[in-house]
Ligand binder design. Structure first.
Ligand code: COA
Length: 174
């Protein structure tokens, strides 16, 4: 089996990864999740891991200027972390997340990385050096600014990593 990893532009690559999303989160599974009805941003970039030319693992990357404690802050977002069920526990998601973090760090402009997950997934990330964000997060939904608490926010140090205070994503969440 040959494994390849690539980082590609978000929207054009969506048709390549949509079948993987549909497999991991079919409608009946999605309906039970706390974020089933959340409107998400589209990924700017995607890390795609392919096995024998089929996408088996994905991580989306998002770049956003948000506002933290009333000042602009550059956020590198990570979302849409998923691995094909037949390819789990082989380190693929860890590799893809590392590639995403390297990309965000290499861009040099991002202050910290931020992701949102179900509370029962937090352990996966905290064991990989992500820290809970304890402050309030605001985001756009249906054209309005709302408190975004449907998922657990976690941060990763790039240049710095705020852990508390009011954070406005200034747009859709991811
Ligand atoms: C979570 C997920 C992406 C991990 O993918 P993966 O390629 O198997 O990840 P890795 O091989 O790099 O790491 C697997 C490790 O994470 C651990 N892990 C998986 N889910 C976990 C959880 N909910 N809490 C804590 N650890 C978890 C596994 O036990 C495994 O540990 P081990 O290597 O010590 O056995 C995959 O299980 C998946 O697609 N799940 C469904 C979608 C999902 O929930 N995505 C996360 C959205 S935030």
């Amino acid at each position: 089996m040959s494994i390849e990893i690539e980082i590609v532009t978000g929207d054009p690559a969506w048709p390549r990864v949509k079948p993987l999303y549909d497999l991991v989160w079919p409608p009946e599974t999605l309906a039970q999740l706390s974020w089933a009805n959340v409107e998400f941003a589209h990924a700017d970039l995607r890390v795609i891991v392919e096995a024998d030319e089929q996408p088996v693992c994905h991580v989306g990357l998002y770049r956003r200027t948000g506002i933290w404690r009333e000042r602009p802050i550059r956020i590198g977002g990570i979302g849409g972390v998923l691995t094909h069920p037949d390819f789990r526990r082989q380190g693929l998601a860890s590799i893809a997340i590392d590639a995403a973090l390297h990309t965000l760090r290499d861009e040099r402009s991002n202050d910290f990385a931020l992701l949102f997950c179900d509370p029962d997934m937090a352990g996966f990330y905290t064991s990989r050096n992500w820290k809970p964000y304890l402050g309030e997060v605001f985001a756009e939904q249906k054209g309005e600014r709302i408190r975004f608490d449907a998922m657990q926010p976690l941060v990763y140090y790039l240049k710095r990593a705020p852990h508390e205070g009011e954070l406005d994503l200034c747009g859709l969440p991811w």
